[in-house]
Design a protein around this ligand. Structure first.
Ligand code: NAD
Length: 287
């Protein structure tokens, strides 16, 4: 009999998620009986307060794990038995493994960005990088940037307190005085100045989504030597990426982060190493 894997995704408004298709197709290809269910809080009329009940139900029904998305990535922390070092550093969980009566929280979002970046922009200069957006995705991306070896990350968010808090958490440094996180993350508020000295720029704001058109900074600040990494993946081709290509920049889209967070979650749930390229091709084929 084929080994079975039962997992799900908890979050609000997740009907368009590509995770079920990505996981189940790879499961099939690996000879697993792999079922990935959407547990959509919007459809169920539930909220983060129902997490304890949903976790107990999943355990009783024999789930092997759960992906967790907005608005539950922080809320779920208090109901877990253990956290991976990355989940602890980020204070956010997107993958819970349910095994031997224990709930272990992981964060594969940062790995998703890092792996997508490594493959999309191999050999990119990492001395000075500017990142716009310090929300949920931004926090994972900042962790990925430091892990990739960025020497100085300038974090710009319209909410400067948010940027400062992320810098302090990810870098473990003090808030105040400008330099934060062992000197590797600095909170910025002057995009023109920061971009003029940068090797690359990352968009981790929602700008570029259909619901949030636009860019976080003027296209005139782009130049060919600046690489551009995007986190938005609905749509894959954003205004920023179009402007960056027109300006001659090397670019990487937000698809890599979406695919490789799923690749790592698949491995954690099933114990089987997935074929990352196959999952990526499948993701792209979904349009
Ligand atoms: P969020 O609301 O938690 O954070 C967004 C942050 O951007 C906020 O702190 C906001 O103040 C800041 N911001 C908005 N406009 C700005 C501007 N002009 N300049 C500077 N900062 C600005 O959102 P999130 O959950 O972090 O998601 C951000 C985007 O990342 C969304 O489009 C989401 O779809 C995408 N995302 C992609 C992946 C992926 O796998 N590729 C994963 C998670 C999120």
């Amino acid at each position: 009999m084929r080994k079975s894997v039962l997992v799900g995704l908890i979050g609000t408004g997740i009907q368009a998620s590509r995770s079920p298709a990505m996981h189940m197709q790879e499961g099939d290809a690996q000879g697993l009986s792999y079922l990935y269910k959407l547990i959509d809080l919007t459809v169920l009329g539930l909220g983060p307060a129902h997490l304890p009940e949903l976790l107990v139900s999943a355990e009783r029904l024999g789930f092997d794990g759960l992906n967790i998305t907005h608005p539950c990535k922080q809320a779920v922390l208090q109901y877990l038995d253990e956290l991976s070092p990355d989940a602890k550093a980020l204070g956010a969980v997107n993958t819970v493994v349910l095994r031997d009566g224990k709930r272990v929280g992981h964060n594969t979002d940062w790995f998703g960005f890092a792996e997508g970046f490594r493959r999309g922009l191999p050999g990119a200069a990492l001395d000075r990088v500017v990142q716009f957006g310090a929300g949920g995705a931004g926090s994972a991306v900042a962790h990925a940037a430091l892990t990739l070896g960025v020497r100085e990350l300038t974090l710009i968010d319209t909410d400067m307190d948010r940027a400062a808090a992320v810098a302090a958490r990810i870098g473990g440094g003090r808030i105040g005085g400008g330099w934060i996180g062992g000197g590797r993350i600095v909170v910025g508020n002057d995009p023109a100045k920061a971009l003029a000295a940068a090797d690359g720029v990352i968009n981790a704001t929602p700008l570029g989504m259909d619901a949030h058109p636009g860019m976080a900074f003027p296209a005139a600040l782009l130049r060919p030597a600046l690489w551009v990494a995007e986190v938005v993946y609905f749509p894959l081709e954003t205004q920023l990426l179009r402007a960056a290509r027109a300006a001659g920049c090397h670019t990487v889209d937000g698809g890599g982060m979406a695919v490789f967070q799923a690749v790592e979650a698949f491995r954690l749930f099933s114990g089987v190493p997935p074929d990352a390229e196959r999952m990526r091709r499948h993701f792209l084929s979904m349009g």
